[in-house]
Design a protein around this ligand. Structure first.
Ligand code: NOJ
Length: 537
């Protein structure tokens, strides 16, 4: 059964790319102040080139008061001084390109930082001013306006409205320091289009669009009612017109638009990927799947089926800066991902989790389309669950009153070398503390170990580039037992993943190209193990 049609030969690199997410504060620290920076990234370009990735996606690198890890942007045309300068970003973009690596930046259109000049001007100008029209300011309800304009809740918990001393309320779907922009206002549209051009002019190859499905709001700001369609602020039809205009700009630079689109409905999701809209979007359905063959297979089938008619390539993501690290997640009884179940202190078997993370790496790298890798995943880092409360930074933790541990545990600075913190990261007191016991996860240690996660990723990324059937293209399922995923790519390449409890036979093959763990002496594939094969006698 062919699930996807082969696409014509194309220079559309992004259709099958391996893209590495850099969370700058935690990647590498060039000036030893405990915070990662652009100098750190530049010094590690050889590492990234050796890893074999095609592009880097930088989480927001703009000046930010860091109320939400940089997703509260104070100035979209500059670099946070803690990270470096605009000139340095330009150098980095050029150097990376010289090493064969493209740059993708993160644009945050839904909201700005409360320190952004627009919001500061709106605060100063007062109720009823034109400056406030760029945001969603409203009087309150109740006799004295003491109640919020509606009952919307912030994604981080608590009300989505904050009242100012002058009596007006303003909307923030995230933290109060992240006021939502009013996308019905032409200046908001124009500004973002200019910002896109600004970065494309500096050589970036693509843009990741934050919270892409939440940007447009029902202008009447009605109360949210379960099942009400359309939703007052998620997946509204007006968004498509906004992204069409962005596509025109991106096309004029050969740039790529990548949407962060969390939507449960796959049919609605792919509407963003119609030929004149976004090029690709993160496939969160796959990320949220538990370690379960039937669920994963259903997600893969659905993904390919809905992407085919719009001609957009699928994407495969196991982790990012918002979710529990893969090795930890797969080491738990409930291996799926759901923001509501994000918690610490859940019994975790890291041996099992790591074994599965290795198998999942080979699975995702063999699927048709592009793949995203979150920094540290290639080292097999676990979630850090014991960051002292007084060092936590994430508003999710604070706004939930501490009931949600937040996302700091997957944002801890990377270990590069040595036996103890800061593991060659740079600096003494890091912005988030690293745990003891990470010596075995350092890039230095893993580089020297043929069995390490790093070696697995390097070898797999290398093979993925060399194998003509990998990346975008057709795939077809091979017959297999219930809890085994086995599929063939163009030519004689096959991937087999055993999610059952017992070893299974492999299909007839000439060669084992790569395995995520040792095969049995009888040549069978053990549980939680994946293998890449050259089929044939
Ligand atoms: C999605 C980002 O990935 C997340 O880190 C951030 O908190 C929200 N959008 C708000 O910008």
């Amino acid at each position: 059964m062919a699930d996807t049609q082969p696409t014509e030969a194309t220079d559309e690199w992004w259709r099958g790319a391996a893209i590495y997410q850099v969370y700058v504060r935690s990647f590498a620290d060039g000036d030893a102040d405990g915070t990662g920076d652009l100098a750190g990234v530049r010094s590690r370009l050889p590492y990234l080139a050796a890893l074999g990735v095609d592009a880097l996606w930088f989480s927001p690198w703009y000046p930010s008061p860091l109320a939400d890890g940089g997703y509260d942007v104070a100035d979209y045309r500059a670099i946070d001084p803690a990270f470096g300068t605009l000139a340095e970003a330009e150098k980095l973009i050029a150097e990376a390109r010289g090493a064969g690596i493209r740059t993708i930046i993160d644009i945050v259109p839904n909201h700005v930082s409360d320190r952004h000049v627009w919001f500061q001007a709106a605060l100063a100008a007062g109720p009823g001013s034109v400056e406030r029209e760029l945001f969603h300011f409203r009087p309150g309800r109740g006799e004295n306006g003491e109640l919020p304009p509606n009952g919307w809740r912030s994604q981080f918990g608590g009300p989505a409205w904050t009242r100012l001393p002058d009596g007006d309320w303003y909307l923030h779907l995230f933290a109060p320091e992240q006021p939502d922009l009013n996308w019905d206002h032409p200046s908001v549209r124009k500004e973002h289009e200019d910002v896109l051009r600004f970065w494309f002019d500096r050589g970036v190859a693509g843009v990741r669009i934050d919270s892409a499905a939440m940007v447009a709001k029902d202008p009447l700001l009605p109360d949210f009612e379960e099942g009400r369609d359309p939703h007052p602020y998620i997946d509204r039809d007006e968004l498509h017109e906004i992204y069409r205009s962005w596509r025109t700009i991106a096309d004029s630079y050969d740039g790529v638009l990548i949407g962060e689109v969390w939507l449960p409905d796959a049919e609605r999701f792919v509407r963003y990927l119609r030929p004149d809209e976004l090029h690709t979007a993160f496939n969160f359905d796959f990320l949220a799947c538990p370690w379960d063959a039937a669920r994963l297979r259903a997600s893969i089938d659905l993904t390919l089926a809905v992407h085919a008619p719009v001609g957009a390539p699928a994407t495969w993501v196991l982790a990012n800066h918002d979710v529990t690290r893969t090795a930890t997640r797969y080491g738990r009884a409930d291996t799926g991902f759901d923001f509501k179940t994000k918690a610490h202190g859940i019994p975790t078997d890291l041996v099992v989790g790591t074994r599965r993370a290795r198998a999942a790496a080979l699975l995702t790298l063999a699927l048709p389309g592009s793949v995203y890798l979150y920094q540290g995943e290639e080292l097999g880092l676990p979630e850090v669950e014991d960051i002292p409360a007084d060092r936590l930074q994430d508003p999710m933790y604070f706004r939930s009153g501490g009931t949600d541990p937040g996302r700091d545990g997957c944002r801890v600075p990377l270990p590069w070398s040595g036996d103890a913190p800061p593991y060659g990261f740079g600096g003494e007191r890091l912005w988030l503390p690293q745990p003891d016991g990470w010596a075995r996860y350092t890039a230095e240690a893993e580089q020297a170990d043929p069995e390490s996660m790093l070696t697995l990723y390097r070898t797999a990324l290398d093979l993925r580039r060399a194998e003509p059937g990998l990346g975008e293209g057709p795939m077809s399922w091979l017959d297999s037992a219930g809890e085994v995923l086995a599929f063939r790519r163009d030519g004689d390449f096959a991937c087999v993943v055993n999610l059952s409890e017992t070893p299974v036979d492999l299909p007839g093959h000439r060669q084992v190209l790569l395995a995520s763990g040792p095969l049995g002496e009888d040549g069978r594939l053990p549980r939680d193990t994946a293998v890449w094969l050259r089929l044939g006698e």
